[in-house]
Design a protein around this ligand. Structure first.
Ligand code: NAI
Ligand code: ENO
Length: 368
């Protein structure tokens, strides 16, 4: 035990837990969790995600070889400041997993001018779920994992961190923190705000008309799924990426104004071209290409409404030894082709399931 390297994991939730599992897959190591929610720590220990829990952040920080900040981004900043005042191990590396990078990097450059390497990190995959119970070692498989090294971080230190994180099977890319925040603002943070606002619009209408709630199924649920993620996490992300998000909101308002004119004019060709342009661009986006932001391997299966059909599908998958993580019957058929949504742990399982079901005559669709 004494010889094992020690990792301090601050924030033992979905992402911290998944990183810990990926590290454990590749390295014999002693991981100690620290979390404001003690229950999360205890659950993670029970699930063998971490080896121990501590309530003494500083005591553990000075013993650690690697410190991973995996709590909401505003809290991560505070921990960084606390770490700067401690006598940490000479060879320690500090990293984080936060969804924004500029603010934490500014703080890291300010606090660690003593030589301690801080290497910002952002695994670009995840889910709307929270807590260690949803952590998975394969969560980041094939996803981009952005690294934003501070000035102190030599290539040697970056390589050591990549070796620690090898089990994620992610694709590491080094990015400038400002560029990172712009890109993630466009593809992740701003869409999250839009999803939340769509849900709130439906909520407003549902207080006036009881049917709204029941008809808000299918497509609406799909485009607003991310609105079910942790409000605490998104509060912090929006505060950290404020300037970029304000610019994107302004652009969106101009876009909505243009759309308003299109709707007002009612010109068939203009309306068609608007939707056609959006469809063409969306269809050209890489689907399940390496690095796409996704951790969901969902297959839609068109099934006839007759008894025994679900057991036929699940029996077939069981015979092929393909594990499923979730199965759901989707009642609104307009938005997706198919009525059964089956989720898998890996892309390989999804592809195998697709082939087996199609060989049996089912029509299947992969939808993002
Ligand atoms: N959820 C996602 O899909 C992704 C999230 N991230 C980033 O990962 C970080 C963690 O998010 P998740 O794991 O998704 O959330 P989570 O809610 O599953 O985990 C966060 C953990 O941090 C703990 N925590 C909160 N305040 C704390 C404090 N003051 N001290 C110690 N622990 C504290 C919480 O109790 C919780 O266990 C966030 O910074 C988020 O921006 C990055 C990539 C994807
Ligand atoms: O649930 C999803 O589809 C996500 O997009 C998850 C996500 C949330 C925050 C990130 O910084 C990265 C990925």
């Amino acid at each position: 035990m004494e010889d094992l390297k020690r990792i301090l994991l601050v924030g033992v939730g979905l992402i911290g837990g998944s990183v810990a599992l990926a590290i454990k897959k590749e390295h014999p190591v002693h991981i100690v969790g620290y979390d404001v929610k003690l229950d999360n720590c205890h659950l993670a220990k029970k699930l063998n995600i971490i080896d121990d829990c501590t309530e003494h952040f500083e005591e553990e920080a000075v013993r650690a070889d690697l410190i991973i900040l995996a709590c909401p981004v505003e809290k991560a900043e505070l921990f960084l400041e606390q770490l700067a005042h401690l006598s940490l191990k000479e060879d320690v590396i500090i990293t984080d997993v936060g969804s924004t990078k500029s603010r934490i990097m500014e703080k890291a450059e300010k606090y660690f001018n003593n030589g301690i390497p801080f290497i910002g990190g952002h695994p670009m995959a995840g889910s709307h779920k929270v807590g260690p119970g949803s952590a998975r070692a394969h969560l980041f498989e094939n996803a981009f994992y952005v690294l934003t090294p501070s000035k102190n971080a030599t290539n040697g230190k970056i390589d050591i961190l990549k070796t620690w994180l090898k089990g994620t099977n992610a694709h590491f890319i080094i990015m400038d923190p400002k560029e990172h925040d712009l890109v993630t603002g466009v593809v992740s943070h701003f869409p999250h705000i839009v999803a939340a606002s769509l849900v709130r619009q439906v909520e407003n209408h549902s207080s006036k008309n009881e049917h709204v709630k029941y008809l808000a199924a299918g497509g609406f649920r799909d485009i607003t799924r991310i609105a079910s993620s942790s409000p605490e996490m998104w509060r912090d992300i929006v505060k950290h990426n404020q300037p970029i998000l304000l610019g994107l909101i302004d652009q969106w308002m101009t876009e909505m104004n243009d759309v308003r004119h299109l709707v007002e004019n009612g010109d068939s060709e203009e309306l068609y071209n608007y939707f056609d342009g959006a469809k063409k661009y969306r269809d050209s986006l890489p689907v399940r290409a390496k690095g796409a932001i996704t951790a969901f391997y969902d297959l839609y299966v068109d099934v006839l409404d007759k008894p025994g059909v679900i057991s036929d599908v699940t029996t077939l998958l069981a015979q092929e030894n393909i594990s499923i993580t979730n199965i759901r019957i989707i009642e609104a058929r307009e938005d997706v082709y198919g009525v059964l949504r089956i989720s898998f742990q890996t892309e390989k399982d999804l592809e195998r399931a697709k082939t087996s079901l199609e060989n049996r005559g089912y029509e299947t669709y992969i939808s993002m």
